[in-house]
Design a protein around this ligand. Structure first.
Ligand code: ARG
Length: 492
């Protein structure tokens, strides 16, 4: 068993496994082990460049670090005897390189700036994956919308038939929401991709370190200036989780609709078998379990956000061990979100929309009553409120034919609509669902010409967003490659 190099000086007494496990962050640290090696490599290159560690020791350390990079962090570094992966990797390093060399890597830093740097490194990868997944989901929504410009369906408010719309219009509403989720995460990224390294415990260090150099090596856009802030804050994680909670709330609304729509009560959609489960007792059942779990994930992600937020509440400056308890919530939030986005894309792409069922429902519930009221305003100069009352009264009396309208009109205004000049043909046109949708051709409206325009605009932004996520990925990859080349040169 490797010695824990962090504890051995100050503390005595072997600890019970119970205490070790309670204090350990090892499980969650599996997410940041690779990042920790990158941080070690950057820090060592800096120590060497600043002549804080000499050539010979630097070479010895770098060889071990690159060996681990090549072969993967060895399993013994994850031993439950270490408090965390930082202690684990350092202990393995010292074992392999000897203390004379290996014992110098931790010069001018602390686990406090180390862990904050690791979390940011891994989180930026997670955000890029989220951005990519959002781009993909939006692409699927746009593809589906494109096929359904003319697929009439009822639009709802209060989950009551409200006005006719199209499936394209409905799907585009979600695409717009996910596009804003992209923007929010993209903005969060700018605050995540900053380097806390060099802050050490919180007060920086007396060694002549170079914070900008390690930041550049690791592909960060800048450093977190105040060194106390650098180790103490997790606001970047809270911001990401908050953005994800908002995104998952939208996603759960869509899942709720998939659940409702796939019920025979509604029957607007048929989900592909792989996304469904059956019952252990009722052999006829096909249940939309994936959409249900996904709807619930919104609760889990928001729970992760809430837990993380409350963990930071009331913590005095600067680092407190409480912060360790926050990190697993962050990874739960990002993982659940990424998986949900992936599966939702697949679920939508493979679903079959029953446009005939949608059409059968579109005219129900007097869904074009607004158009009839609008006709009375346009053609017969009635105030909208009067027209609204006439149509509403006819419906209250049970029907929307000309006779009922006349009766309602004379009740309310003392004059029938026929007397005002209303014809049956005008009425029929106003009540047509196709006509209702076609008239609504304003920007963002449901008319096929408007949804075509919306899709064109959405595609322009989607391409830009796709490019944006790609250049983030490229910038990081280039920085890390450059750093590893430099590290390799040193180790030769
Ligand atoms: N495992 C710790 C965490 O996740 C690393 C930092 C430990 N720092 C300390 N002062 N004990 O926060």
């Amino acid at each position: 068993m490797q010695e824990d190099v962090v504890r051995r000086g100050r503390l005595s007494g072997e600890r019970d496994l119970e205490i070790k496990q309670f204090l350990s962050s090892m499980d969650a640290d599996r997410n940041i082990a690779d990042a920790d090696l990158l941080v070690d490599i950057a820090h060592l290159l800096m120590l060497k460049r600043q002549n804080i560690v000499d050539q010979e020791n630097a070479v010895t350390i770098m060889r071990v670090l690159l060996g681990m990079k090549e072969a993967g962090v060895p399993e013994e570094a994850f031993s439950e005897h270490f408090e965390d992966i930082h202690a684990g990797i350092e202990s393995v390093l010292i074992e392999a390189a000897g203390e004379e060399a290996g014992g110098r890597l931790h010069i001018g830093r602390s686990r406090n700036d180390e862990v904050a740097t690791c979390i940011r490194l891994h989180l930026r990868d997670e955000i890029i994956e989220l951005l990519d997944s959002l781009v993909n989901l939006r692409k699927v929504l746009l593809t589906c919308a494109e096929q359904h410009h003319k697929s009439l369906m009822p639009g709802f408010t209060h989950f009551q038939h409200a006005q006719p719309t199209t499936l394209a219009h409905h799907l585009l509403a979600y695409e717009q929401a996910f596009s804003r989720d992209f923007d929010r995460l993209n903005e969060a990224y700018a605050r995540v991709n900053r380097s806390p390294l060099g802050a050490a415990a919180f007060a920086s260090t007396g060694y002549r370190i170079d914070r900008d150099y390690t930041a550049t090596l690791l592909g960060f856009d800048a450093i977190i200036l105040n060194t106390m802030d650098a180790v103490a804050t997790r606001d970047f994680a809270l911001e990401t989780l908050s953005d994800l909670s908002i995104m998952m709330a939208t996603l759960s609304r869509l899942c709720e609709e998939l659940v409702l729509w796939s019920s025979p009560f509604i029957g607007f959609i048929c989900l592909d078998d792989p996304f469904c489960s059956t019952s252990s007792i009722m052999p006829q059942k096909k249940n939309p379990d994936t959409a249900e779990i996904m709807r619930a994930k919104a609760g889990s992600v928001t729970g992760a956000y809430t837990a993380a937020l409350i963990i930071t509440k009331g913590l005095p400056m600067s680092y407190n061990r409480d912060l360790q308890e926050l990190t697993p919530h962050l990874w739960r939030g990002t993982r659940d979100s990424i998986m949900s986005l992936h599966l939702l894309s697949g679920m939508l792409l493979s679903a079959r929309f029953d446009t005939a069922r949608m059409k059968a429902e579109v005219g129900r519930g007097f869904s074009t009553a607004t158009d009839l009221a609008d006709l009375l305003v346009r053609e017969y100069q009635l105030p909208f409120r009067t027209a609204h009352s006439i149509v509403g009264r006819a419906i209250r009396n049970g029907t929307l034919d000309k006779k009922a309208l006349d009766a309602a009109s004379s009740e309310i205004t003392g004059k029938t609509l026929t007397e005002r000049g209303l014809t049956t043909e005008q009425m029929t046109t106003a009540l047509s669902v196709e006509g209702s949708v076609a008239m609504r051709d304003h920007p963002g409206g449901p008319a096929p010409s408007a949804t075509a325009q919306s899709i064109a605009l959405a595609r322009v932004k989607l391409n830009m967003d796709h490019h944006n996520a790609g250049s983030k990925k490229l910038a990081i990859r280039r920085a890390i490659e450059t750093m590893l080349t430099e590290a390799g040169r040193l180790a030769q």
